[in-house]
Design a protein around this ligand. Sequence first.
Ligand code: FE2
Length: 271
Amino acid sequence: MRGFVDLHCHWIAGIDDGVKTPEEGIDLLRRLRAAGFDVVVATPHMRPGMFDNDRPALEHAFASMRPHLVERREELPDVHLSSEHFLDDVVFGRLVKGQGLPYPDLGTEGRRHRESGCEGGGGGGPGGGAPAPPGARRLRGVLVELNPRGFPPQLQHRFFDLARAGLRPVLAHPERYEPVWKDDRCLDPLLDAGACLLLDVCALVGKYGRASRKAAEKLLDEEAYEAACSDAHRPSDAAVVVEAIEALEKRVGATEAVRLLRDGPQGILGL
Ligand SMILES: [Fe+2]
């Protein structure tokens, strides 16, 4: 099967705990393309104190990868830039000020917006990505991650603040968070605030342990996920992704797997 869209991948070299060299990054992209992904969004970490990346640094790193994407172009997926935003006070402040890297809006509305010269592909501000009633503005999806040991206080209010800033939180790997292991109803206030859940498909083959695997299976059974991703960090991860996609298809069926790997991610990109 083809046409998958990967919303979470660390293929930009030397900027976080992802690939170390441009060659590794290209190798990872080639392997993900072979696994069925036609679009792969780079989501390097923005996490102060651990990965001190800001938007200009990530845009520079993305541009540095561009020359490496030319050779054997037909074997590579289309690529875009976003970021995995660790939701501490610093990064939250950047997001509400339009200094984060939300997902690009690739839909008609976004194209019109870009052609009018209003905004670049990865910039902040309102855009597409979430279903909206007629007349309402569409929110742009933004990938956020949380401390796995516990959610920060007032998290739902922070998500409302992000919505007011034109952003819709896409919560990275909820199955890895300890509060979710205990009781996944802790996600309900976040879903009520408009967030959506992004499965790291590799959780289904035990990459992160039994608790994450069980949490992922439960959230799948509850049809709680809007999309699934690879969160691949190195070329060898691609083989695990292939195995995990098979496990996903086995658990939820081919139609639902396509919804999670293609339709859901496309919607978040405004396609
Ligand atoms: Fe990640």
